[in-house]
Design a protein around this ligand. Structure first.
Ligand code: TRP
Length: 323
């Protein structure tokens, strides 16, 4: 079985939401399968128009992904823009995609509501995403809830192609959305989401991470008051990193006197630093020597390119562009 997912280099690297909704489910699913993880950098161009920021984001994210990976994990990690025919495939797919379908895209409608001056790539985004997936005969795509509709579009687009050309050439991928995952609160207490800009970035330096965590919104009880852990955003975040025993001890402290939210935040910081310590160390090593990362990416690019090119050549034959 082939598992694939992508993390866009549009932001400051990996945030907790990405990690919990995409990265961990990917590792879980890909463990016993063929795993492909890639950086959809063409997709980032819809919003990043500063080459320096583009490069910084991409380097940072690639270094982070390799830092998080278990050593010698047999996954293929690659760059979308190194695939020679990804946009060719996307073009052919756009020729079998109804305009009316694309008008229904939530991501497009949201962008349009926020900004009247939106570019065509935002509109075409789901078609390129379909090429990212069906171009490698992918079976399962672990994604966050926000990508559910994109996956439905991918299946529609693949299905349209198959129907029009009377073939079963493209596999219809299944999304994998971890519905057991509890809501992840952001720093403002609302769900962690790009629309609220309330992310916690895993690889921020310690000072920045501390500042972020200290800014998490909490109740306003005073030091002496007993507090309810279950209604606290800090405690909700601790649940992802602490053992049950640790959590029980902390819950008792909340309910007793003299436990201040500041204490809880420092404990959360400590948990996160401990949890991500090995990855943070490796990240520094990779950032200090980016060639190591590029070498690994190049190896992944070769593998992915071969698969994608083959699929594209076959696709061209089906539509009769080359025989
Ligand atoms: N649209 C995804 C996001 O915004 C990124 C992405 C692009 C992707 N192509 C993909 C994810 C293919 C999974 C599979 O996060």
């Amino acid at each position: 079985m082939r598992i694939l997912t992508g993390v866009k280099p549009t932001w400051n690297g990996m945030h907790l939401w990405n990690y919990l909704w995409m990265y961990l489910p990917f590792i879980e699913k890909a463990k016993w399968n063929e795993g492909f993880l890639f950086l959809p950098d063409f997709h980032s161009l819809t919003s990043v128009h500063d080459p320096e920021i583009m490069q910084r984001n991409k380097h940072r994210l690639a270094a982070e992904l390799f830092a998080l990976m278990p050593e010698d994990a047999p996954f293929t990690i690659f760059e979308q823009s190194k695939m020679s025919h990804i946009n060719d495939m996307s073009w052919i797919l756009s020729s079998v995609t109804p305009y009316s379908l694309m008008l229904r895209a939530h991501s497009f409608k949201d962008s349009q509501n926020k900004n009247s001056d939106i570019n065509m790539a935002v509109f075409n985004y789901p078609i390129l995403m379909a090429a990212d997936i069906i171009g490698y005969d992918v079976d399962v795509v672990p994604v966050g809830k926000d990508q559910k509709q994109h996956l439905e579009f991918t299946r529609d687009i693949a299905g349209n192609f198959n129907r029009l050309y009377n073939t079963d050439f493209f596999k219809l991928p299944e999304p994998y959305i971890d519905s057991n995952l509890e809501l992840i609160p952001g720093t403002d207490g609302r769900k962690m989401s790009k629309s609220y800009d309330n992310f916690i970035w895993i690889f921020d330096d310690e000072k920045t991470l501390k500042k972020k965590i200290m800014s998490i919104v909490t109740g306003s009880e005073s030091l002496e008051d007993p507090k309810d852990p279950e209604s606290c955003n800090v405690y909700a975040l601790m649940k992802f990193f602490a053992s049950d025993t640790q959590l029980n001890t902390i819950a008792d402290k909340y309910r007793a006197w003299w436990y201040w939210y500041g204490h809880a935040k420092l404990e959360l910081l400590d948990m996160m630093l401990t949890y991500f310590w090995p990855a943070r160390e490796k990240y520094q090593k990779y950032m200090d020597n980016y060639d190591l990362v590029q070498e690994k990416l190049d190896a992944g690019n070769d593998i992915a390119e071969k698969i994608h090119c083959k699929k594209y050549e076959e696709m061209k034959k089906i539509v009769w562009l080359s025989v």
